[in-house]
Design a protein around this ligand. Structure first.
Ligand code: HEC
Length: 133
């Protein structure tokens, strides 16, 4: 009995944490047919490519091509196609990672690049949810 109650309490705690975490994310845009080429590349070009392209991209992450974004960092993938809420890139730009060093673009940064807007994050979410094409 006791262990059942403990298990239920743990389950409830995990559940409310998951709900709280996704509630912090801006909602995915309702736009359909979102693609990297038309919708997403302009956002990355403005906010990410300065540090994530060329011979020595930060974290070995190339943000200037679809292939590079899908390949991810030296640590692994940052996009989980079909699941934006669990894609690391969204946690990084929406500042929901506990590690502030993962907040992107870094705050502050010498290039003066501003955080993404909720609308931009919503568009990236829609792109990932629609398969990251
Ligand atoms: C001003 C420079 C700069 C800009 C602009 C920038 N980044 Fe970064 N990024 C970094 C640095 C520095 C690191 C850390 C590199 C390391 O630790 O090896 C990093 C690391 C990352 C990581 C890996 C983080 C981790 O904890 O594993 C991701 C993902 C990332 N950036 C995504 C982005 C995205 C998406 C954008 C645009 C919205 C962006 N970055 C814009 C400098 C930048």
């Amino acid at each position: 009995m006791k262990s059942t109650q403990l298990a239920l309490a743990a389950l409830a705690a995990t559940f409310s944490f998951a709900v709280a975490a996704s509630a912090d994310l801006p909602p995915a845009a309702t736009k359909t047919g979102v693609t990297y080429a038309t919708d997403i590349k302009p956002i990355f070009d403005t906010s990410c490519v300065k540090c994530h392209s060329g011979d020595k991209p930060k974290a070995r992450l190339h943000m200037d091509t679809l292939e590079g974004v899908l390949k991810g960092t030296k640590e692994g993938k940052i996009v989980t196609a079909g699941d934006s809420a669990n894609s690391f890139i969204i946690k990084a730009v929406a500042h929901t990672t506990t590690d502030h060093d993962s907040w992107m673009p870094p705050i502050p940064n010498k290039a003066g690049i501003k955080p993404l807007t909720p609308e931009e994050i919503g568009l990236i979410r829609a792109w990932i949810d629609q398969g990251a094409k």
